[in-house]
Design a protein around this ligand. Structure first.
Ligand SMILES: [Zn+2]
Length: 251
């Protein structure tokens, strides 16, 4: 009985992966919309969690300026250590491979962890900004992700404190990133929604949708295909089906 049930479930999953591969092969413009669900395997929290709960002190720039040591100690634990120690997930890598093989126009993400780029994706829209944009609170210069590896990062130009751009935006979209995202959603005939927790309403109603999420989402009703599995499990199976390597794209 147990074996039969397991067999039935995995057969169903295989069939869904076949269908997903077919949809991607038949599509002219596929895009992915990703959210916190794709990065949980890297232990990175949802940006929305920062606005409340135990991480509330991370959401105020005045706290950063008053207590830089404590701010960055928490910030490293939550974001920087997982980003550098764990890195992109299998799902990030497969999405980068899909772009590299001209099977994906771009990735729109509400995540700020910059893991799509670190997996090798070029065409990304970081609509809530990313940790690759960090400004000096004194002179305003911008520095990339690497500067956040310093225990308490300071500006090489003027010595001012460095402030990570997405943390204090209060989930406001970045206009230039939003514009790029709109170009993709306007032309997409297939949208892969992966662990996403927002931005649904920007997807055109004529686009075919696939929802990849272990939990039920508000998106399921509109989806042509609902895959109730993690992003990693789904994209690893898809890579196998499409003969794509599961590795970072390097140039
Ligand atoms: Zn400066």
């Amino acid at each position: 009985m147990f074996n039969a049930l397991t067999h039935h479930q995995s057969a169903n999953f295989d069939e869904q992966i076949n269908q997903l591969a077919q949809l991607i092969s038949n599509s002219h413009h596929t895009i992915a919309l990703t959210g916190a669900g794709i990065s949980v395997a890297s232990d990175i929290p949802d940006l929305e969690q920062l606005s409340g709960g135990t991480t509330g002190s991370l959401s105020s720039e005045s706290y950063l300026e008053a207590h830089p040591d404590d701010f960055y100690r928490q910030f490293h634990q939550l974001f920087i250590d997982p980003i550098f120690n764990v890195g992109p997930t299998a799902a990030h890598k497969v999405l980068a491979q899909l772009e590299h093989h001209q099977l994906l126009d771009g990735v729109i993400t509400t995540n700020v962890d910059y893991l799509h780029e670190r997996a090798g994706s070029h065409n990304t829209a970081n609509i809530w900004s990313s940790l690759n944009i960090n400004h000096c609170v004194q002179c305003g210069r911008i520095y990339p992700l690497e500067i956040l590896r310093e225990p308490v990062p300071h500006c090489p130009n003027c010595g001012g404190l460095i402030s990570p751009d997405p943390i204090f935006r209060n989930i406001a979209t970045v206009p230039a990133e939003r514009e790029r995202a709109d170009l993709w959603t306007n032309t997409a005939d297939l949208v892969l929604v992966t662990g996403a927790n927002g931005y649904y309403d920007h997807v055109e109603s004529r686009s075919t949708l696939v929802d990849i999420n272990p939990a039920q989402t508000e998106f399921d009703d509109r989806a042509t295909l609902v895959i109730r599995a993690t992003a990693d499990k789904t994209f690893v199976a898809l890579a196998d089906k499409l003969n794509l390597p599961i590795m970072t794209v390097t140039n």
